[in-house]
Design a protein. Structure first.
Ligand SMILES: [Zn+2]
Length: 447
């Protein structure tokens, strides 16, 4: 472990203060064009970096500002390294929290607030590393580029996608490191941290369930769209999709070090879920999401008046695909789930992204592994699939090899850690911030 003296450096205090400022800026992204206000966080980062590195800002729409900082390399042919962060956060409901979600309070060695782990923590650590690298006159071989993008939490229209489409040369690097990895997978002395190599695909759909309008006072024999929609939701929820054992799942099972019998059970389609359920922690939820196309109804709306039988009800569905799965497979699973209700339901595709994946073994993997072990001896990096999606996928589509990683301690259990993403009481310990800042700085120096 890093000596305590290294953890108490003024630099750590600066990282903590920067994270607090980013949290307090409340860059909440609801998905609307007028939301986010990432200009506030971009400006805080610009001020923090000052003249230590070259910075540039990009406004995709009013208030939707991203910041890019670059340390020019000495060899144009050398591979470039990107540190990819985002500056927006998802909403938080005060009532569910023990602390003010936008207070950025430092309590018992942890910073609390929305974004503390997704991913303002990494944004602050990456910025702190860039500032130190710049201030000490470090000259890498390949360019080091820090991208603090807006709009990751919605569709990246005002962030990563905009930057890659309009300013590709300013932001694209050969290798990209970002969020989605570095999760503590086990508690204890030999930490296992996730090394995220792939993102699941996304399919957002709107189902429309049709009925016939009528007076609610005479419901006998009515064709009530809401009643049918309730059954549609129930069927989507109980529908069983067949598991798929992918390479990245095999890598995860091998990396977690289960005993042989458990590992064999987790790699067999017939037993993966039953064996996963017998394991402690989050294994069942991870195993399910990593081996299944998931179909989750999340929103419903319909009806026009309390005394009118609704003619149409809409159900929004969040589906996530595994590597190789197509739109056709999503549609046919939904049709199977609906059964004889199928003709009464139409499907509209709202948003769709296929899965993206980077090769496991690359020079950056070896360097990250060595640097991490020098900071936290004995750490294992476990290949993982991100069950949601991150900005990594847009960079992969433009040819980058992109991975999710950072260093997170076991200050909370793996289960509690996973529950903080988009959940209440999000917080990060100062030790993780210190370790990750050191990681980014040493990685840039070693790459
Ligand atoms: Zn995030």
């Amino acid at each position: 472990m890093l000596a305590e003296v290294e953890l108490s450096q003024p630099r750590v205090a600066e990282t903590v203060e920067l994270l607090q400022a980013l949290i307090r800026n409340r860059c909440v992204n609801t998905g609307e064009r007028s939301a986010g206000h990432e200009v506030r966080n971009a400006d805080v980062l610009a001020q923090f970096l000052g003249s230590t590195v070259d910075t540039q800002v990009y406004d995709a729409a009013p208030g939707r500002r991203s910041l890019v900082a670059r340390i020019e390399g000495s060899d144009p042919a050398a591979p470039s390294l990107g540190l990819l962060a985002h500056t927006d956060v998802v909403p938080a409901d005060d009532q569910d929290w023990l602390r003010d979600p936008f207070g950025g309070e430092l309590v018992d060695g942890a910073v609390w607030g929305r974004g503390a782990i997704d991913m303002l923590n990494m944004t602050a650590c990456m910025a702190a590393a860039m500032r130190t690298l710049g201030a000490t006159g470090f000259r890498p071989r390949g360019d080091i580029v820090f991208v603090a993008a807006a709009d990751e939490e919605a569709r990246a229209e005002f962030g990563a996608r905009y930057l890659l489409e309009r300013h590709r040369d300013d932001v694209l690097t050969d290798y990209v490191l970002t969020e989605g990895g570095g999760w503590p997978l086990t508690a204890g002395p030999r930490p296992k941290l996730s090394w995220a190599t792939a993102d699941k695909g996304t399919a957002w759909l709107r189902l429309r369930v049709r009925g016939r309008a009528g007076h609610a006072a005479m419901p006998y024999g009515a064709d009530n769209a809401l009643v049918k929609a309730a059954e549609v939701v129930r069927r989507l929820h109980t529908h069983r999709v067949s598991p798929v054992i992918s390479d990245v799942w095999r890598g995860w099972v091998a990396g977690m070090g289960f005993d042989a019998e458990v590992a064999a059970g987790l790699l067999d389609e017939r037993s993966v879920l039953s064996v996963a359920r017998e394991q402690t922690g989050d294994v069942a939820a991870a195993a399910h999401a990593c081996t299944h196309l998931t179909i989750t109804p999340t929103m419903a709306r319909g009806g026009v008046a309390i005394n009118a039988i609704p003619e149409c009800v809409e159900i929004d569905v969040d589906a996530r695909t595994l590597p190789g799965q197509t739109r056709g497979e999503v549609a046919s699973e939904i049709r199977n789930a609906l059964g004889e209700l199928d003709p009464e339901v139409t499907i509209e595709w709202l948003h769709e992204l296929s899965t993206t994946q980077s090769p496991l073994s690359t020079p950056v993997f070896d360097t990250v592994k060595d640097v991490t072990r020098a900071i936290v001896p004995g750490t294992e990096l476990v290949p993982s699939l991100i069950t949601a999606s991150t900005d990594a996928e847009y960079f992969r589509r433009h040819g980058a090899k992109a991975y999710g990683f950072s260093i997170t301690t076991d200050y909370v259990s793996p289960t509690e850690f996973a529950a903080m993403f988009h959940g209440p009481n999000e917080r990060i310990d100062v030790r993780s911030l210190a370790l990750s800042t050191t990681l980014w700085e040493r990685l840039a120096r070693s790459f």
